[in-house]
Design a protein around this ligand. Structure first.
Ligand code: BGC
Length: 371
């Protein structure tokens, strides 16, 4: 079992470490607000934090904001505050939509941690824990440049972009990182984007949604006439695995399969995309270990509740438009078909048995009905 074993081991280490320190523990009530119950990672993040906090003696209220429902997230946060939450750990649907709830939290002396996604334009934010999303974008860009051999090849490959949600700051970071790597090749005409759409405004996918990514890719296929044997498409930079899945759905409909699929990259190593990698449909995914991220958030709350030093490793770079937010950033990892076993299976993140079942793989990579 991926989550339980790992988190409890790590938490045990944390408790042993803190046992050596002055202990003025009080069980806290912690509200955990995740943006969606549609995608694998947020369910894992939320449940891992709940489990970790409860193992450390705290109480939790865990809520998922349906299908990226801003209003529902606002309501859920209001409820957490009404029930007396002393800490809020929030991964927002929309980075500027929670002002009223955050102000209310601060008026009550509640500490707020932005989890994975930075909350913008507010003074009422205390900490930020995340992966370095600029680096995520760089990993994607470097991988594509390497796979297309852009430094040496005489050919000029074709690429299209499906970037992240315009209301999530991580989309900006991933876009910045990926374009820092790829823009120089576009400028020197060593790489071509036939649609000409490279800005975040032109290429974003609202809420990182699979169906919206599918629709964007369908449009690109139609306008550029990408098909096997017709106009070549060599790579698609999809900013997340949800987006990559929608892109792959559209490409398969256009006749691509594992023998001729363009390079498609994503992030998260969602189960669907791991299955897609095993089936030769997706080339790479950036792995962000939710066990580690959730543990940092748990450690932060635990430290705050015991008046201990809060774990931080960046107090300079994350300005939310109002102030610099003290942060803890983790480094992501690259996962390709070659490294899947080592990074995801050998570490117990996923069960290799599950992914060895052909029936499971076929079911998992099947496209949903996009409507
Ligand atoms: C996260 C990604 C995730 C995306 C869609 C981003 O904020 O950093 O890990 O793929 O949201 O859920």
């Amino acid at each position: 079992m991926k989550t339980i074993k790992h988190t409890l081991c790590a938490l045990a280490a944390l408790c042993v470490a803190s046992a050596a320190l002055p202990w003025s523990a009080e069980a806290a009530l912690v509200g955990i607000s995740m943006p969606s119950n549609e995608r694998g990672r947020w369910l894992d993040d939320g449940n891992e934090m709940k489990m970790g906090l409860e193992a450390a003696g705290h109480q939790t209220i865990l809520a998922f904001a349906g299908a990226n429902d801003v209003k529902l997230q606002q309501q859920q946060l209001d409820e957490m505050l009404d029930k007396g939450a002393q800490y809020l750990i929030i991964s927002c649907v929309d980075n500027k939509s929670l002002g009223a709830q955050l102000n209310k939290a601060h008026q009550k002396g509640v500490k707020v941690i932005a989890y994975d996604r930075l909350l913008l334009d507010t003074e009422a934010l205390d900490y930020y824990v995340s992966f370095d999303s600029v680096f995520v974008g760089k990993i994607m860009g470097r991988y594509i440049a390497g796979m297309l051999n852009l430094d040496e090849s005489g050919e000029v490959p074709n690429i299209e972009f499906c970037q992240g949600s315009p209301v999530d700051q991580n989309a900006t970071y991933v876009w910045e990182g990926s374009m820092a790597e790829l823009q120089p090749y576009l400028d020197r005409q060593r790489l071509n984007c036939p649609s000409g759409e490279t800005s975040l405004e032109q290429t974003n996918v609202m809420y990182w949604n699979r169906t919206k990514a599918y629709e964007r890719m369908k449009k690109l296929i139609a306008s550029q006439d990408y098909h096997p044997g017709k106009k070549r498409l060599d790579a698609v930079l999809a900013a997340s695995d949800g987006i990559a899945a929608g892109v792959i759905d559209a490409l398969r409909e256009a006749g691509y399969d594992s023998s001729n699929m363009p390079i498609v990259v994503g992030q998260d190593c969602d189960k669907i995309n791991v299955a897609m990698m095993i089936k030769g449909l997706q080339s790479m995914s950036v792995f962000k270990d939710t066990r580690e991220l959730s543990l940092v958030a748990v450690s932060m709350v635990d430290a705050l509740s015991k008046n201990l030093e809060v774990p931080l490793n960046d107090t300079e770079h994350y300005n939310n438009g109002k102030k610099v937010i003290p942060s803890y950033l983790l480094d992501p990892d690259i996962v390709t078909t070659e490294s899947l076993k080592e990074v995801l299976f050998d570490t117990g993140y996923y069960d290799i048995e599950v992914f060895s079942d052909e029936e499971y793989l076929n079911k998992t990579v099947a496209a949903p009905e996009h409507k």
